[in-house]
Design a protein around this ligand. Structure first.
Ligand code: AMP
Length: 281
């Protein structure tokens, strides 16, 4: 497995691989690998010839007072896991390589970023779309693999690829969960044992909403109320948002119709966790 930290070197490897007529699969990450990342890599391995994973904790997508400094980093462990999983190359550039002095260009997707994490974390998606656009230009993948866990991110990046006529397709991989339903996340490592016991409340509330839908409820206000009620039963939980939005436009809807995203963001202690499910109305 190759470890690359320079953009030029990554580009020449891509040229070489393209010359061999191999397809390139790309898994962008912030590292600290868990089973969610491994599922993306596995999917990339089955669908493409040469898998590139990037590891880059992108300062641009963290707001003031967020966890950029504390974000868990463990490159040597990640490299071992990537190699085991069959990644052909890891691209792990330093910040100055991606944003040298005088860097001035940003990519912004409007409308889809107005709600959910876009309104709770101003500037977050501008950081995500900017770094991913750069990574797509550098790696030139045929397919890029993203997790359903970050549903809005996936919708926003699909829109960016379509609007900017980028030459790749995005594949969405289902959310990988712990046994008790908690979605795998690098941020779960912030939870103390008591908070860890409280954290499955996100998925539990989503599962309860799904059951209500299966028994005929279509009123999204009622569904949001029930999710909110269940989360409030957990004393360590503080709600950031509970939302039900139509896919793929992320428009508000009074009654479920077609495909809808039910998304929650909840502070467990000081750790902000997100989760979602997709339901058919
Ligand atoms: P991150 O390193 O957290 O930025 O995540 C890198 C990629 O892994 C993103 O496409 C995420 O959506 C995806 N991902 C993170 N957690 C999970 C999970 N539990 N299941 C599936 N994909 C995930």
């Amino acid at each position: 497995m190759r470890l690359i930290d320079k953009i030029d070197e990554m580009k020449s490897l891509v040229k070489e691989v393209r010359g061999q007529k191999k397809t390139i699969g790309f898994v962008p990450t912030m590292g600290c690998f868990h089973a969610g990342h491994r599922a993306l890599i596995r999917e990339a391995k089955t669908k493409t010839d040469f898998v590139v994973a990037s590891i880059f904790v992108n300062p641009l997508q963290f707001g003031v007072g967020e966890d950029y400094e504390e974000y868990p980093r463990d490159l040597s462990r990640d490299l071992a896991l990537a190699e085991q999983a069959g990644v052909a190359a890891v691209f792990a550039p330093p910040v100055e390589e991606m944003y040298p002095r005088g860097y001035a260009t940003f990519v912004e997707v409007e409308k889809l970023t107005a709600r959910l994490c876009g309104s709770s974390r101003p500037g977050h998606f501008r950081g995500v779309t900017t770094v991913v656009a750069k990574l797509f230009n550098i790696v030139q993948p045929d397919l890029a693999f993203l997790g359903q866990k970050d549903a809005q991110q996936a919708v926003v990046l699909q829109k960016m690829v379509a609007d900017l006529d980028m030459n790749l397709q995005i594949e969405i991989v289902p959310t990988v969960r712990e046994k008790d339903g908690l979605a795998m996340s690098s941020r779960n490592s912030y939870l103390d044992p008591e908070e860890r016991r409280a954290a499955p409340v996100l998925f539990r509330s989503l599962t309860a909403a799904k059951k209500l839908i299966e028994s005929g409820t279509r009123d999204t206000e009622l569904l949001k109320e029930e999710i909110t009620r269940l989360i409030r039963q957990e004393p360590l939980a503080g709600i950031d948002y509970v939302e039900i939005l139509a896919l793929p436009d992320l428009a508000g809807t009074a009654y479920l119709q077609g495909r809808n995203l039910i998304a929650v963001a909840v502070f467990i202690g000081r750790t902000r966790l997100i989760d979602n499910i997709v339901v058919e109305g």
